[in-house]
Design a protein. Structure first.
Length: 440
């Protein structure tokens, strides 16, 4: 390939003007045979000859001499890589010979990428934040109640005055609740419209804060203060978000004080990151061991990657550190088949599971439920459950002590976005009804 295929661009410009090679060659003071070699990129051209051809084509020389737009070139190379079977070496020729088509393909590729990102954000909100579903359900319930009551008033003639007053009062109350729900929904959508990644709830704001820090806080590992971290947290723009973040950071600081980073990292490496062995060595809460393992990997510590979900007995997330391949809902409403929920039925006993997602991804999970503190006599103990997620690349490091799971469990992320058919644990229909269906 010669240069940036200048000859191909000359040929396309000539064809657009309706000129033959002989006509263009004569106008530029070249021989037709030499122009033919140029147009087939078999001869380089620059300087006065290039300027002469540009004048004959009524174009600036830069339009013929400069290479394709780097962003367009990168986009088309990405398309070629994704599709397979396309020779990337022909992309520049395609751009030069069919510039309009190349522009359209690149634009469609960017649009497809943007739409996929938008779908990911919307799916995340549908799956992780039930606010929309709950609010819409409330609005529909209010409308149904109003229509039902109004229907009785409009069709029944012999209603006693006191019953009429009750019906009217009911319509008034339902109308007020409908107005409140609509106002809350409007406020939610206003905040969400500030950007694809804008935090519409305190949980999303806290998630954004944790993600920015990579779920690791070296300042707290070194004995720093929670207040200093909160002072530099523009994402936490509401009292509720700041309160939630404060509790999480205080727990992290407690973990760091009980299990100092350097000592824990060295011991974890020596014990092949075995949570049970680490619990025997350090004592205390096994879920605390899970939390420290999930926060261990960083630039100067070559530990395995872990994801982590901790929930209370109601299934409400207390700590969520997802993996790229395993999303974790923000507000509960997760897949009921996750072993973290079965852990409550056999407290203090670790279980190992292999979880197969609808896209074929398989994740190994350690799950455990334990008391948060000893319960006073006569009172029900409070339990939390944790699920330590282990991706394939981490399994290689810890395989020596990890027992084999008994089979593979087919699970989803949340019913709202799960495509599995025939699932006995499904609690609601999928919002995205046109997503590919998976059996099993």
């Amino acid at each position: 390939m010669v240069g940036y295929l200048v000859g191909t661009r000359i040929r396309e410009a000539r064809r657009k003007m309706g000129l033959t090679q002989r006509q263009l060659a004569a106008a530029a003071g070249l021989s037709a045979s030499y122009l033919n070699l140029i147009e087939h990129n078999k001869r380089r051209i620059a300087g006065l000859r290039l300027q002469a051809l540009a004048r004959a084509l009524h174009l600036p020389a830069s339009a013929l001499n400069e290479g394709p737009d780097s962003a367009q070139l990168a986009e088309l190379r990405a398309v070629a890589t994704a599709q397979g079977g396309i020779d990337p070496g022909l992309i520049e020729a395609f751009i030069a010979q069919f510039p309009d088509w190349a522009h359209s393909v690149a634009a469609l590729s960017r649009q497809n990428h943007d739409l996929r990102e938008a779908i990911t954000v919307l799916s995340d909100r549908l799956g992780h934040d039930p606010f929309l579903a709950e609010t819409l359900h409330n609005i529909l319930s209010n409308i149904t109640a109003i229509r039902s009551t109004a229907g009785i008033l409009s069709t029944v003639d012999d209603i006693a005055p006191d019953q009429q007053r009750r019906f009217v009062r009911s319509i008034h109350d339902e109308s007020r609740r409908l107005s409140d729900a609509a106002t809350a929904l409007s406020a939610y959508l206003d905040r969400a419209s500030e950007g694809a990644a804008a935090a519409a709830t305190p949980e999303e704001a806290v998630d954004s804060f944790l993600q920015r820090h990579g779920y690791r806080f070296p300042a707290l590992d070194a004995g720093g203060s929670v207040a200093a971290l909160l002072a530099d947290a523009p994402e936490l723009d509401s009292p509720a978000a700041r309160s939630m973040a404060h509790d999480l950071l205080a727990r992290y600081a407690g973990d760091a004080a009980a299990l100092p980073l350097a000592d824990f990292a060295a011991t974890a490496a020596r014990l092949a990151y075995n949570p049970h062995a680490l619990g025997q060595h350090f004592g205390g809460s096994q879920i605390r061991i899970y939390r420290r393992l999930a926060a261990l990997r960083r630039e100067n510590i070559a530990a395995p990657r872990f994801g982590l979900l901790v929930v209370n007995a109601a299934g409400q997330p207390i700590w969520r550190q997802p993996l790229e391949s395993f999303a974790l809902p923000r507000h509960g409403a997760a897949c009921a088949l996750w072993p973290i929920f079965q852990a409550f039925s056999h407290p203090e006993r670790s279980a190992i599971s292999a979880l197969s997602l609808s896209d074929g991804t398989v994740i190994t999970a350690l799950s455990l439920a334990e008391q948060t503190a000893p319960a006073p006599v006569g009172q029900t103990p409070n339990y939390q459950a944790a699920m330590l997620l282990i991706p394939d690349d981490s399994l290689k490091v810890i395989a020596a002590w990890l027992p084999q799971p008994q089979g593979i469990s087919a699970v989803g992320t949340a019913c709202a976005i799960c495509p599995r058919k025939g699932c006995d644990a499904r609690s609601r229909a999928a919002y995205l009804t046109d997503i590919p269906q998976v059996v099993g």
